[in-house]
Design a protein around this ligand. Structure first.
Ligand code: NAD
Length: 440
C-alpha cells in the first residue's frame, strides 16, 4: 500500500496490527525474506546512504560503510546464518510429579507491532540494526529515524518502503510532536536509543500501555590506563575510538584515569597519535567528521577550556568543526567532567592508582562502556569484579559492540535491555512457556 498523505499514527498502528493478525509476519520465510530485502537495500543503495551520512555528519564514505552500512549487513548475515537455530524450541526438564509422559519447552513468539526510535549519531545503523532483530523475530515495525540527521532520515524514509513489506513496516519521520503522537499509541515493544531524559519520556508513555521498553542510553564511559603499558599502542587505539565520528559515539571513551606519571607520558603519546591519524590540520583530513549541529557545537566549545590543551583546541563554527582535542590536568569538578561529552574532547584525569580509579568509577552513574588498558591480569580481574558497566573492553575501545554474539546494552543510567544477534530475538520476542501432558 502506498500512502501519499501522512497516515495518522492510530491508523498506521491499526493497519500494521491488522497485518500482524493475519499471521503473515510469523513464518521464518517472511522474516528471512525481509532481511534479504534489507540487505539488498544496503548493497544496492549504500552509496545513497553514504551521501546522506556525509551531508548530516561529514562522515567519510569509508567510515559510513564501516560503522553503518557494512556493520548492518554483517548483523543481517549473522542473523540469517543462525535464525533457524535460535528459534528452535528449547526443551525443559519436567519434575517427577507431572509423570514421565509430560513434556515442557520454551518457544519464541513474535510480540506484534514494535516501535524503533533512533538517534542522529549513527542514524542508519541505529535504526536498521534494531529493525533486523524486530523483523527476525516476526514483528511488524514502525521505524522513527532522528530528525537531527535529516538527510539520512529522508533517505531511509524513501528506501525502506521501496524494499520492505509496506503492510508490515513503516517509517515515520519527524521530531518531538510526531514522536509524542506515536508514543500515545499502544505498541508491543518500544526500542529507544538516545539520551536518558527522553528515555524517561519514552518509559512513561510506555507505562500507560504496560509496553516493555529497551532503552539504549549513554553516559560517561571511563578509561583506565595502568602504568607499564605500551602507551603508543594505547594512545593510537584511544584516539581511533575517541575521534571516530568526531567523538559522537555512545561508547566512545569519555575520559581517561591514570596516575600522574602515566598521564604525562600518555599525553605525549596522544599528541603523536592524533597527528599520525589526522595530520597537523585535522580540518583538512577527509577522514575526520563534523559536529551534528550548532547547538552541539556551542555546547562542546564551552568545554574546551576545562583543562590544559595538549593537542587540538581549535574550532570553526561555520564548518561545525572541532579539532580532536586532548585536555590534560582536568579537575573532576570542571564542566567537561559533569556530563557525557559526546564530542572530540578527551580529558585526562589523574588518580593515585587502581583503588582510586575504581572508587572514581563507582561514585558515578553506571557507564555504557568501560575500557581498561593493563598488562596485569589481576588489575583486569579486579575491575571486572568491582565495577558495573554495560560492556567492558580490555585493550580496545568500541570493538565489543561489533561482536554479534555479545549483548549490547547499558545498565542503570546507561540503559536497560540489550540487543544484537540472538539477544535481539530475546528482546523482540516473548519466550513462551509450554507444558504438554497427554490426555490418555
Ligand atoms: P536525538 O536527539 O536524535 O534523540 C533520539 C530520538 O528521540 C530521536 O528520534 C528524537 O526524535 C526522539 N525524541 C527527542 N525528543 C523527544 C521527546 N521529547 N519525546 C519523544 N521522542 C523524542 O539523539 P540524542 O538523544 O541526542 O542521542 C545522543 C544520546 O544517545 C547520547 O547520550 C548517546 O550516548 C546515546 N546513544 C546511545 C546509544 C546506545 O546504543 N546505547 C547509541 C547512540 C547514542
Amino acid at each position: 500500500m502506498n500512502h501519499h498523505a501522512p497516515e495518522r499514527p492510530a491508523d498506521l498502528v491499526a493497519r500494521l496490527r491488522a497485518t500482524f493478525a493475519t499471521g503473515r509476519t510469523k513464518p521464518v520465510e517472511w522474516r528471512t525474506g525481509q532481511l534479504r530485502r534489507l540487505r539488498a537495500m544496503l548493497t544496492e543503495r549504500g552509496a545513497d546512504l553514504a551521501t546522506a551520512l556525509r551531508a548530516d555528519l561529514g562522515k567519510s564514505s569509508t567510515e559510513a560503510y564501516r560503522t553503518e552500512i557494512d556493520f548492518t549487513v554483517r548483523e543481517i548475515d549473522h542473523t540469517l546464518d543462525h535464525l533457524a537455530q535460535w528459534l528452535r524450541p528449547e526443551p525443559a526438564p519436567v519434575p517427577a510429579h507431572l509423570g514421565a509422559d509430560a513434556r515442557a519447552w520454551t518457544q519464541y513468539d513474535p510480540l506484534g507491532v514494535v516501535l524503533v526510535i533512533a538517534p542522529w549519531n549513527y542514524p542508519a545503523q541505529l535504526l536498521l540494526a534494531p529493525m533486523v532483530g524486530a523483523l527476525a523475530s516476526g514483528n511488524a515495525v514502525v521505524a522513527k529515524p532522528s530528525e537531527l540527521a535529516p538527510a539520512t532520515s529522508a533517505a531511509l524514509a524513501e528506501l525502506i518502503p521501496a524494499y520492505l513489506d509496506t503492510d508490515a513496516v513503516a517509517v515515520v519521520e519527524g521530531g518531538v510532536p510526531e514522536t509524542t503522537a506515536l508514543l500515545a499509541e499502544r505498541f508491543d515493544h518500544i526500542f529507544y536509543t538516545g539520551n536518558g531524559t527522553v528515555g524517561r519520556v519514552v518509559m512513561r508513555a510506555a507505562a500507560e500501555h504496560l509496553t516493555p521498553v529497551t532503552l539504549e542510553l549513554g553516559g560517561k564511559s571511563p578509561v583506565f590506563v595502568d602504568r607499564d603499558t605500551d602507551l603508543d599502542v594505547v594512545a593510537d587505539r584511544l584516539a581511533r575510538g575517541k575521534f571516530l565520528n568526531a567523538g559522537q559515539t555512545c561508547v566512545a571513551p569519555d575520559y581517561v584515569l591514570a596516575d600522574p606519571e602515566t598521564a604525562a607520558a600518555l599525553e605525549r603519546a596522544l599528541v603523536r597519535a592524533v597527528e599520525a591519524l589526522f595530520g597537523t590540520d585535522p580540518q583538512a583530513s577527509p577522514e575526520y567528521g563534523r559536529i551534528v549541529n550548532e547547538r552541539h557545537f556551542d555546547r562542546l566549545s564551552g568545554l574546551l577550556d576545562s583543562g590544559r590543551v595538549a593537542v587540538g583546541g581549535a574550532s570553526d563554527r561555520t564548518a561545525k568543526y572541532i579539532a580532536p582535542t586532548v585536555l590534560a590536568d582536568v579537575d573532576p569538578k570542571s564542566p567537561v567532567m559533569q556530563e557525557e561529552i559526546f564530542g572530540p574532547i578527551l580529558p585526562l584525569v589523574t588518580v593515585s592508582g587502581l583503588d582510586e580509579a575504581i572508587a572514581f568509577i563507582n561514585d558515578r552513574d553506571k557507564p555504557l562502556a568501560l575500557y581498561v588498558f593493563s598488562e596485569s591480569e589481576e588489575t583486569r580481574a579486579r575491575i571486572a569484579a568491582e565495577t558495573s558497566s554495560g560492556g567492558l573492553g580490555h585493550g580496545l575501545p568500541l570493538a565489543h559492540l561489533t561482536v554479534s554474539d555479545l549483548p549490547f546494552g547499558g545498565v542503570g543510567e546507561s540503559g536497560t535491555g540489550s540487543y544484537h544477534g540472538r539477544y535481539s530475538i530475546e528482546t523482540f520476542s516473548h519466550r513462551k512457556a509450554v507444558l504438554e501432558k497427554p490426555l490418555g
